[in-house]
Design a protein around this ligand. Structure first.
Ligand code: C2E
Ligand code: CA
Ligand code: CA
Ligand code: CA
Length: 278
């Protein structure tokens, strides 16, 4: 939507998609949308188990496509990944997150950490981690207020690029979440090798609860996370029974429609407390 300083750094290069063999309509529309910044972020709260207090948010991108309203990321992230457009789009998401965190601070609020989904393609750039840290510094946002979410596929297929950059972010205080855990052929060794702070249990593991065999898997994941000193988030909690069950099984955090849908920044803001007066 708004043109912001630094917008030039996300300028889309048509060659990216054209080389893939002709621009499809969606890809072409995406290219324009990226230049015009027709995107915004919704924020889905994350809650601590037991107290059910809000402990942070996950930023989820939406495309305000002219004439078509809000387009779900499920309908354009795959195309953006295929063409490389996820790189400039992902850069926008990070800039917008930093800007929002700064705005909350300046409004006298105590910001809560915001988790951002990062594509493996963004890690292809060896300066990704340094660029993110520089962005946060520019906006005077403490690195501890940002968490990156990566999927296990990303971590596994781009290990050589991803690992050192995650370590760099981690050292600076940025949180690292392993997203969609339980959907791939997770290696437990990988978990130990990655500098992660949080495990996010995919909704497909939460859905069948409170059925008992699903519960056994969730419990095992919680025991593992606990042993590794990781927070463990149950994603996609939709019913009170599921919430009670994941809390009983040892999840430290809950996210899902039962507690809250993703919401506009203005609504997320109402969940923030005033900053402590010094
Ligand atoms: P994800 O990272 O696994 O995000 C969780 C998705 O589940 C979100 O869908 C969220 O709205 C939805 N969700 C949350 N609670 C519930 C629930 O209780 N039940 C159900 N059925 N769904 C729930 P959304 O916003 O449509 O995003 C879909 C996916 O798009 C995300 O999955 C993520 O992989 C991708 N995505 C979203 N924003 C970004 C982004 O900025 N960058 C990248 N690379 N990917 C993004
Ligand atoms: Ca995620
Ligand atoms: Ca997820
Ligand atoms: Ca997912």
């Amino acid at each position: 939507a708004k043109q912001q300083p630094g917008a030039a750094v996300v300028a889309y290069e048509p060659g990216m998609a054209a080389s893939a063999g002709g621009l499809l309509e969606l890809e072409q529309a995406l290219a324009t949308a990226i230049v015009r910044e027709e995107f915004l972020l919704d924020y889905q709260p994350k809650y601590s188990a037991g107290s059910r207090e809000v402990t942070g948010f996950e930023a989820l991108v939406r495309w305000l496509r002219p004439g078509q309203g809000r387009v779900s990321p499920a309908d354009f992230i795959p195309a953006a990944e295929r063409t490389g457009q996820i790189v400039p789009l992902g850069a926008f998401v990070l800039r917008e997150t930093a800007r929002q965190l700064r705005a909350w601070q300046q409004a006298g609020l105590q910001p809560l950490p915001v988790a951002v989904n990062v594509s493996p393609l963004q890690f292809e750039d060896p300066t990704f981690a340094d660029g993110l840290l520089a962005l946060l510094q520019t906006h005077q946002v403490p690195p501890t207020l940002v968490e990156v979410e990566i999927t296990e596929t990303a971590a596994m297929t781009h290990m050589d690029r991803v690992l050192p950059q995650l370590a760099r972010l981690r050292d600076a205080g940025v949180g690292v979440a392993f997203d969609d855990f339980g959907t791939g052929q997770s290696s437990l060794t990988l978990l130990r090798r990655l500098p992660i702070t949080t495990l996010k249990l995919d909704r497909s593991m939460i859905d069948p609860l409170p059925e008992s065999s699903a519960g056994a898997v969730v419990r095992a994941a919680c025991v593992l996370a606990n042993a590794l000193g990781l927070a463990i988030v149950a994603e996609g909690v939709e019913t009170a029974d599921q919430a009670a069950e994941v809390e009983r099984l040892g999840c430290t955090h809950l996210q899902g429609w039962l507690l809250s849908h993703p919401m506009a920044a203005a609504d997320a803001e109402r969940l923030l407390k005033p900053a402590a007066v010094s």
